[in-house]
Design a protein around this ligand. Structure first.
Ligand code: UDP
Length: 322
């Protein structure tokens, strides 16, 4: 019997590359598709020696033909950090809408299971705390973050329509803040910014007074949750994230402690529509998937620091895009 085949869109990105690895380890042949506007081949370079790994540079908003059978499709293509989707607003909207439509069409044609990478951004600046899946969110459609939030909300609606109307076996994961190796140094998110600043002794830029909260999940925990969700029968959204909530100031201090840095904290302007709180209610994932995170912040930060320290020294600290 031939190996099952999985397609990972955005497979050269931070989460996509970890998924490619996981599916290879589970015995799949993996087709990784990425247009490399925010992903990087370096993230999957180590997989090219595996004959079951295939890469194609492609934009999934265009017509998508994949020869042969497909068992699973994981749709992870999208700019995903605030500065990326502010720089790439149209591409962000297109990949969430047109891209999701194309990839769902492919799942239908192949009879493949389909998993959408959705986001806690669907909850916007939430008025319910912590956020459970039945909360519908507080999103500003016309603010700068709207291009990402609304694209993902549309993608969820499209995914449910393919499930209800065409009977496609779909899954939706709402991903909360995740960190780990292969995040881009300059993607503007809190963790890469703080790590790069702490490791090079530069001031750490906490936006606003740092009292806004986030809940950070280590990448291995997230991938485990996603794998379990794909193998479940749940078509409605499931939160996967670490419920340990902290302020951004506390998070910056945790990075200082982990790195032993002497960087000072400086405050900058809070971005427009920056959510004030964010914490997943993971009761559904616990009950349905028997999943909860296993990696605590200090362990996860230490592993992430090793990655960033190696990259900074390899690039002499002069890295720009990745
Ligand atoms: N943030 C910060 N300094 C930075 C980058 C981000 O204080 O250099 C803050 C940001 O304003 C937000 C939080 O950290 O409140 C998390 O930001 P991130 O971009 O990582 O993800 P978000 O949860 O906003 O999508």
């Amino acid at each position: 019997m031939s190996a099952p085949r999985a397609l990972v869109t955005g497979g050269a990105g931070f989460l996509g590359s970890h998924l490619c690895e996981r599916f290879l380890a589970e015995g799949f042949e993996v087709l990784c598709v990425d247009n490399l506007i925010t992903g990087a081949l370096e993230n999957v370079e180590h997989l090219f020696s595996d004959a079951r790994f295939h890469f194609e540079k492609r934009d999934v908003t265009e017509y998508l033909h994949v020869p042969g059978e497909l068992d699973a499709i994981l749709h992870f293509a999208s700019p995903a950090s605030p500065i990326d989707y502010l720089e790439l607003p149209i591409q962000t909207l297109k990949v969430g809408s047109l891209g999701t439509h194309k990839v769902l069409g492919l799942a239908r044609a192949k009879g493949a299971r389909f998993l959408l990478a959705s986001t806690s951004e669907c909850y916007g600046d939430p008025l319910v705390h912590p956020q459970s899946e039945d909360y519908w969110g507080n999103v500003n459609p016309v603010g700068p973050r709207g291009v990402y939030d609304e694209a993902k909300r549309f993608a969820e609606a499209m995914t449910m329509a393919y499930h209800r109307f065409h009977g496609v076996r779909t899954r939706i994961v709402r991903i909360f803040n995740t960190y780990g190796p292969r995040m881009r140094l300059h993607d503007g998110r809190a963790l890469p910014a703080f790590m790069a600043q702490a490791l090079s002794g530069e001031p750490m830029t906490v936006f606003g007074d740092g009292s806004q909260t986030r809940s950070f999940c280590y990448v291995d925990d997230l991938i485990e949750g996603i794998y379990r969700l794909l193998n479940s029968d749940e078509p409605l959204p499931v939160n996967i994230g670490n419920p340990t909530e902290m302020t951004i100031l506390e998070f910056a201090q945790a990075v200082i402690k982990c790195t032993g840095s002497s960087s000072e904290i400086v405050h900058g302007d809070l971005p427009v529509d920056d959510p004030k709180v964010r914490q997943p209610d993971i009761s559904k994932a616990k009950a349905l998937l028997d999943w909860e995170p296993a990696v605590d912040l200090s362990t996860g930060l230490a592993k992430t620091m090793a990655y960033f320290a190696a990259r900074l020294s390899a690039r002499g600290g002069g890295e720009r895009s990745h």
